[in-house]
Design a protein. Structure first.
Ligand code: SF4
Length: 245
């Protein structure tokens, strides 16, 4: 397993914590709104970072770091190697959060059951039907696997966040209404406004994200069934509208 990116400290990735972020390359999905094209399409063009050096950094900074986030791409593609990385981080000792697309429930299950993580974040991309998922994820996806991961995470007893990226014309009112029953019971749901700049699909790059009042309407659809809903990217539409043409 190669590490292709590292952020020394972030306040955004793990809410309420100062965390370093590790980026692992490769993904089994091709979401139209993905911003990790460099990581998932041509990871060989990116420099690999020295794992021991990064672990050494974490060891030196453990006094003020609150944890380490492992993201991608899709971290669970690495199976046992991912579990070993979490063990190395726990040995420092630091807490671990893994971000996943939920397509590999066997590894999500092991992360939880074997104590490899203190928190999880999972993307729910669309209503859980094969055509809906394929329309957003860009490839055929086994939605039963995604449903299984979602259940494991919601029942894990660990702090977790389920993230939904909303995109005009792709994931909006109709989709959120159908996703609401699956979001029910999650610790926290994050409604994330899509960001068109540099996203994977060229067509989406000209789509204006939702305005703040439209986001509020979308949140109102899921709020009744969710314990806590947060919104990210309220200013994305204004940023797109104000950029030079
Ligand atoms: S799951 Fe989708 S958004 Fe996430 S890295 Fe893979 S392709 Fe990109």
């Amino acid at each position: 397993m190669e590490i292709k990116g590292f952020i020394e400290s972030s306040l955004l990735e793990w809410e309420g914590r100062i965390a370093s972020v590790i980026f692992l390359p490769g993904c089994n999905l091709r979401c139209h709104y993905c911003h990790a094209a460099h990581l998932i399409l041509h990871p060989e063009r990116l420099e690999s970072l020295n794992r021991d050096r990064l672990l050494g950094y974490m060891l030196r900074q453990r006094g003020w770091l609150d944890g380490i986030v492992i993201t991608g791409g899709e971290p669970t593609l690495y199976g046992e190697e991912l579990l070993e990385l979490t063990d190395d981080i726990h040995a420092i000792p630091l807490d671990v959060m893994v971000e996943t697309n939920g397509t590999r429930p066997e590894w999500v299950g092991r992360l939880i059951a074997e104590g490899h993580v203190e928190a999880l974040a999972m993307d729910l991309k669309a209503p859980l039907t094969r055509p809906d998922y394929e329309r957003v994820a860009g490839v055929a996806t086994d939605v039963d696997d995604v449903r299984h991961s979602l259940r494991l995470i919601k029942e894990s007893g660990l702090p977790h966040e389920i993230r939904v990226t909303v995109v005009p014309g792709l994931v909006g009112r109709d989709e959120l209404e159908r996703m609401a029953p699956d979001l029910k019971g999650a610790d926290q749901v994050a409604i994330q406004n899509f960001q068109p700049d540099h996203c994977l699909s060229e067509e989406l790059r000209s789509v204006v994200p939702y305005a703040p009042e439209e986001l509020d309407e979308l949140v109102a659809l899921v709020e009744p069934v969710c314990r806590r809903v947060v919104v990210r990217g309220r200013d994305h539409a204004a940023a797109v509208r104000s950029r030079p043409q």
